[in-house]
Structures are given as structure tokens and as C-alpha cells.
Design a binder for this molecule. Structure first.
Ligand code: ATP
Ligand code: MG
Length: 605
């Protein structure tokens, strides 16, 4: 018989009894122990037969859905020349994350972290008219990123597999359609793969462009934090906007007053001193929420300085005293500029910034009139500070603070920013109530790139009027190998993996147990029956392996249905069927076992 069953007597497999020393998450631990993958180097993995089967199945689901929206598969090299990445500035912008190398003639190459440039150039090479569009191309391919901290096995590799698709349309409306098609395909893909996901509005980061959403698998091992609203809508914290606050009534607030506050340069110091010397008239004690903290940061603009050169700007951000700056959220507001904490030289350049006593009156455009400062530091205020709110804050003199300083009455800001960390309980921008903060792993992302790459690389086509116009582009990635890890992360227990039926390496794991020749014959028969009905079988036909070891291995490997053919089969004519998820375990007559298994598989799918 021409059997295709995976026979464990010959399968290239060694399961491990012990956890690999450096496996930091369950999926990495179990995929190695069950013999799906093997570590080659940090963040670089070898695929073994079982792992490759699951990977191929995931890829097949991805292909089916992406082909289903009319995209066409191509395949680029992973080894690419420098020039196209130079043209889009990504040779530098990607920083240390790119693997760069030289050929023997000293020419620069890279191992592609993503392929926007190559797809853009390919379409430029071959297409020239609006009549050629729309077109969406994709590949499933190995990507390389020299991640600072490869971790969590396949979740953050340095070599990994990505599905990347790119849409090319004549106008923005076409882009929106392509984007929505792709987004719809993603939803079907993740549903079919049994991965939970949330769609999160995202900032598009170094990719550039406008609209972007991330698909996150809500998992505790994730490095991404997202904010979840009661409505089910979710945001990447960098993309979250604070709902606009109502203006407060300050008609009863007394005039602002300067008071001596020696040695009170921290929030706690200010509170302690104020409680002692200046008790509040309303009887409550002072709190961090009464204090306006003014934090000095440096903004590193990539251009726009003298001769359009990079320049450094000192900016002060006013935030409520009970909050902390979130540098990533704040930086997103200044993109493409980067930010860092201000240094001593930054402070020296602006003597009005009195350490420990920085206040809004000497800052921003208003400071020209109020403090006579000719070129004042830009002053931005956090979105949690309401107009009309009353503050205890610095007075720009050593050991002096202001009390009852009102935003909108006494001082103004040059703009509002999202500067502070998002907290559980903060209000959702969609008005549905309090946000919670969750952890997730990014499994996919869809971007409306717009014209960035077509402009940078000169991808133009003739429109209906014969005019050359740049092409609208979108790009769409799925981390195929990362998704595999996320499925394993979501589908396992203490004993091992427990794959969903449609991507498991096989649907049925037949175990022939004991030493009785008759049991092995019965098992062989069952395998044949299952195969003739199109079921994929993993068959444990090892002769000198104990039942205990076979059970342990089957729990580790995680095929959804296990059929035990052993002493009971020989003595009572029954085969035991176990569901790997623990939901069921029954003895069925050997003659009806194949049918019973087929029925159960149908129910699992
Ligand atoms: P991350 O923020 O996790 O580093 P990214 O936003 O940089 O990811 P993209 O450039 O959007 O990643 O790549 C598309 C997809 O490729 C991601 O959504 C993710 O699923 C996957 N991916 C990215 N980096 C890795 C990696 N180092 N290992 C495995 N998969 C990855
Ligand atoms: Mg991304």
C-alpha cells in the first residue's frame, strides 16, 4: 500500500523530556520539545518535518484568502542591492535592524526586512498606464531583521516568514477598496486559523503614509500594549487621542499668587511644603493632581533648520503632576522628529528654565508679552489639562511657585499634545466609557502608504488624460511564522500543544500500544481506513516504546484526535478515542472507529 501516514518509527523527530534552557514562552518551549522547530542561532530557527507541515498549512490558508481577493503571487529575492533602499532613505532609517553585507566587489547589499521598494520598482518596470491598474501583488517570503532582542521563539525572530502584499491603484478611492479587501481577507484568515485578534488603529511609524491598522492577538506574552474600549474598539496607545475636556468654570478662583517654596523641586516636596505652610482653604490636603509639572524635552528635527539641515529644539510640556510622560506616545506627535530628555546644554541655552521651578509664564508665544522673552521656548500642554483648570506650578524664579494659576486665564500654551501614559480607566475617544489596557502580539498590519514610495522611486502611470501621475500604494503584512507561534500560545496546556484541526500536522494520531502483533495489525488497518477517507494520520508504530512514552509524546505533539489501539482492541475489540483538548474519551468498536473519527473531525472543523 502506498501509505502517506507519518510513521513515527521513521519520522525525523526527537521529542524532549526537558524544557530547553532559554525558552522564555510556552510556544517556544513546546514547539522545541515536541520537535517542530530547532534553534540554529538567537532568533533563527530550523523547521523540522512536523513544524513544516503546520507552517505549510498556515501558508495555504493565507494563499487561499489572498488569492481570493484577486492578488497575484510573486517571489522576490531576500538578498537585495542597496540603491532602492537608499532612494527611500530606509538604508539609514532602518538603523541597526537591517542586516547589511558586501559582495566580493565591495558593493552594498542587504537582507530585506520588507519589500516596498522592490515591488514599487517591479510595477514601474512593467506597467505604464491607468489601464494596467488596479493590481495587488504578494509573496510569502523570508525576511531578515537584526532585532535588538530576539525573543519568544518564533514571535520575534531575526529570520522570519512574512506574507507581504502591495496594492497599486490609480487613485485614493482605489486604495481604500484594496485596503478594505485585504483587511477582510485578514479577518477570514485569522478566523480560519483559530487566532483571536483585535484590530487596532495604529500610527504608521517609519513606513509613512496615513491610515493604518494592526491586527493584534491578545496574549500576555505580547510586547504591544493596546487600549480597549467597552465598545470593543481598540487603539495602539500611540494612536490614542484623549477626548476633549470641557472648559472649567474659574469665576470663583482667586487671583494667581507667587509664594516662597524653598527646596520644593519635586511633586512630593511641593505637596509637603504646601501642606505645612499654605493649607488649602477647602480643608483637603494638596495632591499631585493640583500640580502642573513642566518637563523639558529636546526634539531632534531631521530637517527644517538652517539650509534645511537637522536641528534641535527645546520644548516644554506641561502635564498633571500625577502623570508621567510616555516618550513613545509623545514622540509619535513629533514624527518624523525624534525626542529625548533635555540635557544640561539645552537648559543652559534657555536661562528662563529655572530647574525645579519651571512654569508656563516664561514659556511659549505668550511669554514675549508676559515675561519679555524674545525667543521663547515652545510650550505644549497635555490633553488631560482642561481650559479653566487651576494649578500650583513653577514661577520661573528660584524657590518661588505660583498658586491659583489658571490655564486660559493666566497662561496659554502653543498647542495640545498627547504626552502622558494611558491609564486603565482613562476615557475612550469613542465615548463608550473607561479604557482597559491589554497586551497583544502584532500578527498583521495593513497600511495605506499613499504616494510615499511612488514619489520616492518615480512610479508613475499615464492617467485617462494622458498625464503622468504617481500611483497610490498600500502594503499589507502578516507574520506567518509568528502566527504559528501565536496559535501554539493560545492552544496548549501543561502537557503540550493542542492544534486546531485544520492546521494540525495530522488530524488523527494513531497509537499502537503493547507488544501484541494483533494490536499493530489492527492499528495498521485503522490507518489505512482513515487514509482512504482523506484523513492525515500520524502513526506511532514504534515497536519497543512503552505506552506511557507514546501517550506523553502524543500529548506533547498535540494532534487533535488520538486513537489508542492496544490490549483492549485485542481483548474486547474496542479502540479508545481521545480528544487532545480533554473534552472526550470513549471506547468504540474497532470496526466503527474510522467512522467515529471522521465524524469527530468534521465536528472539529
Ligand atoms: P513589531 O512591532 O512586532 O516589531 P513591525 O510592526 O515592525 O513588528 P511590520 O513591519 O509591520 O512589523 O511587519 C509585518 C508583520 O511581520 C508584523 O505584523 C509581524 O506579524 C511580523 N513580524 C515583524 N517582525 C517580526 C519578527 N522579528 N519576527 C517574526 N515576525 C515579525
Ligand atoms: Mg507593524
Amino acid at each position: 500500500m502506498n501509505s502517506t501516514a507519518l510513521r513515527m518509527s521513521t519520522l525525523f523527530l526527537r521529542t524532549l523530556r526537558e524544557d530547553p534552557a532559554d525558552a522564555d514562552v510556552d510556544s517556544a518551549r513546546l514547539l522545541q520539545r515536541a520537535g517542530y522547530i530547532r534553534k540554529a542561532a538567537p532568533g533563527i530557527w530550523t523547521w523540522l518535518p512536523l513544524g513544516l507541515r503546520v507552517l505549510n498549512k498556515i501558508e495555504a490558508v493565507v494563499r487561499e484568502e489572498i488569492n481570493g481577493i484577486g492578488a497575484q503571487e510573486v517571489h522576490f529575492p531576500a538578498l537585495l542591492p542597496r540603491e532602492p533602499y537608499e532612494a527611500t532613505h530606509r538604508w539609514e532609517e532602518y538603523g541597526d535592524n537591517i542586516f547589511r553585507l558586501k559582495d566580493r566587489h565591495d558593493a552594498d547589499y542587504l537582507l530585506a526586512p520588507t519589500h516596498e521598494e522592490m515591488f514599487t520598482l517591479l510595477v514601474k518596470d512593467m506597467y505604464s498606464s491607468y489601464k494596467d491598474l488596479p493590481v495587488t501583488l504578494y509573496q510569502i517570503q523570508t525576511k531578515y531583521r537584526d532585532e535588538f532582542r530576539p525573543r519568544a521563539g518564533l514571535v520575534r525572530g531575526r529570520e522570519f516568514i512574512m506574507k507581504d502584499a502591495y496594492s497599486f491603484t490609480i487613485d485614493e478611492e482605489g486604495l481604500r477598496k484594496a485596503y478594505n479587501d485585504e483587511r477582510g481577507a485578514y479577518e477570514r484568515i485569522f478566523q480560519r486559523l483559530g487566532v483571536n485578534y483585535v484590530i487596532v488603529s495604529a500610527m504608521s511609524g517609519p513606513m509613512g503614509g496615513s491610515q493604518s491598522e494592526e491586527f493584534l492577538a491578545p496574549l500576555a506574552i505580547g510586547e504591544d500594549t493596546f487600549a480597549l474600549a467597552p465598545s470593543g474598539k481598540a487603539w495602539n496607545v500611540e494612536a490614542l487621542t484623549t477626548p476633549k475636556l470641557d472648559e472649567l468654570d474659574y469665576s470663583q478662583i482667586p487671583a494667581a499668587e507667587k509664594r516662597a517654596t524653598p527646596n520644593a523641586t519635586t511633586v512630593n516636596g511641593m505637596i509637603a511644603l504646601a501642606d505645612e505652610r499654605y493649607p488649602r482653604p477647602d480643608g483637603r490636603t494638596w495632591a499631585a493632581t493640583d500640580i502642573l509639572k513642566n518637563v523639558v524635552i529636546a526634539v531632534k528635527h531631521p530637517d527644517g533648520g538652517e539650509n534645511d539641515k537637522p536641528w534641535r529644539e527645546v520644548v516644554v510640556v506641561g502635564i498633571p503632576g500625577d502623570r508621567q510622560i510616555d516618550m513613545k506616545r509623545l514622540e509619535a506627535q513629533f514624527a518624523p522628529a525624534e525626542i529625548e530628555e533635555a540635557n544640561e546644554a539645552d537648559l543652559k541655552a534657555h536661562p528662563e528654565l529655572v530647574p525645579g521651578y519651571i512654569g508656563p509664564m516664561a514659556l511659549g508665544q505668550q511669554a514675549k508679552a508676559k515675561a519679555g522673552i524674545e525667543r521663547p521656548v515652545r510650550y505644549l500642554i497635555d490633553a488631560h489639562v482642561a481650559k479653566g483648570s487651576v494649578w500650583f506650578t513653577g514661577a520661573d524664579e528660584n524657590e518661588v511657585d505660583y498658586y491659583d494659576l489658571v490655564y486660559g486665564r493666566d497662561f496659554e500654551a502653543d498647542g495640545t499634545v498627547e504626552a502622558v501614559e494611558v491609564r486603565p480607566g482613562d476615557l475612550s475617544p469613542d465615548g463608550s466609557g473607561a479604557l482597559s489596557l491589554e497586551r497583544g502580539v502584532e500578527i498583521g498590519q495593513v497600511f495605506q502608504l499613499g504616494l510615499k514610495y511612488s514619489n520616492a522611486l518615480g512610479l508613475k502611470v499615464l492617467n485617462q488624460n494622458g498625464k503622468a501621475v504617481p500611483v497610490w500604494m498600500g502594503c499589507y503584512g502578516i507574520g506567518v511564522s509568528r502566527v504559528l507561534a501565536c496559535v501554539a500560545e493560545a492552544h496548549h496546556d501543561a502537557k503540550g500543544l493542542a492544534w486546531p484541526a485544520n492546521i494540525a500536522p495530522a488530524q488523527v494520531h494513531v497509537l499502537a500500544t503493547g507488544k501484541d502483533q494483533a494490536a499493530f495489525e489492527a492499528a495498521e488497518k485503522l490507518v489505512g481506513e482513515l487514509e482512504s477517507r482523506g484523513i492525515e494520520v500520524l502513526y506511532d508504530d514504534r515497536l519497543k516504546v512503552s505506552p506511557g512514552v507514546k501517550f506523553k509524546d502524543s500529548e506533547l505533539i498535540g494532534v487533535p484526535l488520538v486513537a489508542v489501539v492496544g490490549r483492549d482492541t485485542v481483548n474486547n475489540g474496542t479502540i479508545e478515542i481521545r480528544c487532545r483538548d480533554g473534552s472526550d474519551s470513549v471506547a468504540v468498536p474497532a470496526a466503527g472507529a474510522a467512522n467515529a473519527l471522521v465524524e469527530r473531525i468534521a465536528a472539529l472543523r
